[in-house]
Design a protein around this ligand. Structure first.
Ligand SMILES: [Fe+2]
Length: 367
């Protein structure tokens, strides 16, 4: 089987690496940064600390959990006004996704709306991404999830332009993440690894990243949830999420993520909880179509079968208080949810593209 694997992002990993931001930016020849960090990091001083390391006082934090294209226009204007030559994006997926999008808007001068609904030129300011959660993998993927609140549209945009120049992964930045967010981000990362493994575009390199990512994530998620100050658990989670990102960056995700969008938009589930909602279900369903590979994957993780691995995911969801029934999320129209999930483009990347009827039947078991 022929395949290719490439990954353009330079990775710096280690506790305390955030202190080297200025040095890293200088090594690329950059001089003036716009820092994009969410409001929580602006309030607790982390954004200011990183801005200081980056040698700037320009920090943009006027955006929410689902970054809107209007915020991208505002940030791009600031980047142009201060003649920023790079973006430092600090935060969870929202801040990094916004940072990558702003980088293209600022460099090309195109409006965020033009980019959101049109073609994305392969041209942007360089981005240095610092994840503060162990989950999205956005620091090593070419994906930016943005929203147009005016029209009620949220979508993942994929482009080579959305690869950061560098990812600076400092597990110490995750020490203050609350337990529930630690769990949802952790299950998002587990979903990235599992989906990279079972999706149609998987290859031996992404498989290897996925296996190692799962080993770290399954081994550390309880410890990181139980004691957020456990730096060893946080380091494993950060490394696991990074490797899961490297696994799915070229393969993209599949059924679990296809369903996560309708679940987040329709019922307000955070991204990780929305992925966790169907992860064990699709692990059981997909293993019927590729029992050999998924049993082999489960065995690399110390489980006897794919079903046993799904049981472990259910255990984590229950322990951490995630919703796992349609009733709990307030969904009464199974057929409509199933239709939205079936038509999502990522469903076509699943080992089997389930029909709306098949999904409705499967979701019927989640009552
Ligand atoms: Fe995800």
């Amino acid at each position: 089987m022929g395949f290719s694997y490439s990954q353009p992002v330079k990775i710096f990993f280690g506790a305390g690496e955030r202190g080297r931001i200025g040095e890293i930016a200088a090594s690329f020849g950059h001089k003036r940064a716009l820092v994009i960090a969410d409001g929580f990091l602006a309030a607790n001083g982390v954004a200011g600390e990183i801005a200081k390391c980056a040698g700037t006082d320009a920090v943009f934090s006027a955006f929410g959990a689902d970054p809107d294209i209007s915020a991208a226009d505002d940030a791009a204007k600031i980047a142009r006004d201060i003649a920023a030559d790079h973006i430092v994006a600090v935060g969870g997926g929202s801040a990094i996704d916004l940072g990558k999008f702003v980088a293209v808007a600022a460099k090309t001068g195109k409006s965020a709306e033009e980019l959101f609904y049109g073609d994305i030129p392969e041209d942007g300011l360089p981005v240095i991404a610092l994840p503060t959660t162990a989950g999205t993998g956005s620091e090593v993927t070419g994906v930016s999830v943005m929203s147009d609140g005016k029209r009620g549209v949220k979508k993942p945009l994929s482009s080579p332009a959305f690869f950061a120049e560098a990812a600076v992964v400092d597990p110490k930045l995750t020490l203050t993440v609350p337990p529930f967010v630690t769990a949802t981000c952790g299950l998002d990362a587990i979903a990235h690894a599992v989906e990279a493994y079972w999706c149609r575009r998987h290859n031996p390199v992404s498989d290897a990243f996925a296996e190692k990512a799962l080993k770290l994530l399954f081994g550390a998620i309880d410890r990181a949830y139980d004691d957020g100050s456990d730096i060893s658990a946080r380091t494993d989670m950060s490394m696991g999420a990074l490797l899961a990102g490297l696994a799915f960056a070229p393969t993209r995700t599949a059924a679990v993520h296809a369903c996560s969008y309708p679940l987040s938009e329709g019922f307000g589930l955070p991204h990780g909880e929305a992925c966790a909602f169907t992860l064990d279900l699709f692990l059981r369903m997909n293993s019927r179509f590729d029992a050999e590979r998924l049993t082999a994957l489960a065995k690399t993780q110390g489980f006897a079968s794919a079903d046993a691995m799904a049981d472990e995911i259910v255990r984590i969801k229950k322990k951490t208080g995630m919703r796992s029934t349609l009733k709990a999320i307030g969904c009464a129209d199974i057929a409509s949810l199933a239709r939205e999930c079936a038509v999502h483009p990522l469903m076509q990347n699943n080992i089997r593209a389930y029909s709306a009827e098949e999904l409705a039947e499967a979701f019927g078991g989640l009552d």
